[in-house]
Design a protein around this ligand. Structure first.
Ligand code: ASP
Length: 311
């Protein structure tokens, strides 16, 4: 049986030990653990990297702790508009949705776009119509409502800021979720899902659903899922750049991730991080912010879970 591996993130940002109570820290770690075990279970049974990545992201979407699915942040007009993407490294097929409302698990819809449509990216109401045709589960506004998130919106509106998840007075946290996986057949896949930015306007779309920016997978190199200030990740074409540095410059996975996160993004002010796995089962969890909710598991080795820079 070939090697298999999975890594997940639940967002990056100014996450310090003092900003989380021990209870909250435990809740985050438990949620990460649950998601990684769900994805790992798929791989362990010989399932595909795509299925594993989708499964892990779905678990994180169902948690109120992260800015995706149930825990999505509010837009300026008090709604939830979610973005998601999934990509298969073997076929380079991809599916994505942008600005979708009332979808319980946007990652499932992205997978349907990949498999049941002739398109790669569907947006807004059209994407929801496609969801209906695919019998994708919808959820009411109450399902997505969260007092804490609503307070974030009120604060952001008051200050006139478009803030990233849980940003506490300019301190930024990005709660997007993502997963990358390698299966026993040597295929990699990436999946990412987000509610975007608190107080966002004008149907703003971030890097998450843009193939090559927030999400990318290619069996020649690696699978990548990003989290951070989307506008910078779009301009850096961050996920694809990691793959390109490996393919064209012969960088190792670690070198490619460091170059993109610690140099290229850092130089333009792009806070955040990414997770990546290559076809040898190497995992890199790289970020230029104070912390990143993250976890990984290779074969049946011990699960790694961490939040802060020093863990
Ligand atoms: N990258 C996401 C966006 O800009 C935000 C995040 O990572 O939390 O929409």
């Amino acid at each position: 049986m070939g090697k298999y591996a999975i890594a997940i993130h639940g967002g990056a940002g100014t996450i310090s030990k003092s900003s989380l109570t021990p209870e909250k820290e435990k809740a985050f770690k438990d949620a990460l653990e649950q998601a990684i075990m769900a994805g790992h279970g798929v791989l362990q049974q010989g399932g595909s990297a795509l299925d594993a990545a989708e499964m892990a992201v779905m678990q994180l979407e169902n948690s109120p702790l992260f800015n995706a699915g149930k825990g999505s942040v509010f837009t300026n007009d008090g709604k939830h508009e979610m973005d998601a993407a999934i990509m298969c490294g073997k076929t380079l097929e991809a599916g994505a949705v942008a600005g979708v409302r009332h979808i319980k698990n946007p990652i499932k819809l992205a997978r349907k776009v990949k498999e049941e449509s002739e398109y790669v990216l569907l947006a807004g109401q059209g994407a929801v119509e496609f969801a209906l045709s695919q019998h994708i589960e919808l959820a009411s506004a109450e399902y997505f409502f969260d007092d804490y998130r609503y307070q974030q919106l009120l604060d952001a509106r008051e200050s006139g800021e478009v803030s990233l998840d849980h940003s506490e007075k300019k301190k930024q946290k990005f709660g997007t979720v993502g997963a990358v996986a390698l299966d026993v057949n040597g295929n990699v896949a990436a999946a990412t899902s987000t509610g975007g930015m608190t107080n966002k306007k004008y149907s703003r779309v971030g890097d998450t659903p843009l193939i090559g920016a927030g999400t990318y997978a290619n069996n020649k190199t690696c699978a990548v899922s990003c989290t951070g200030h989307g506008e910078f990740f779009i301009r850096a074409v961050a996920a694809y750049d990691v793959s390109c540095l490996m393919e064209y410059k012969g960088y190792t996975l670690q070198q490619a991730c460091d170059e993109v996160v610690l140099t290229k993004l850092q130089d333009i002010g792009g806070d955040g991080g990414l997770i990546a796995v290559n076809t040898d089962g190497e995992v890199v969890l790289s970020f230029n912010s104070d912390g990143m909710y993250r976890a990984s598991k290779v074969n049946d080795e011990e699960t790694f879970t961490a939040i802060y820079k020093e863990h």
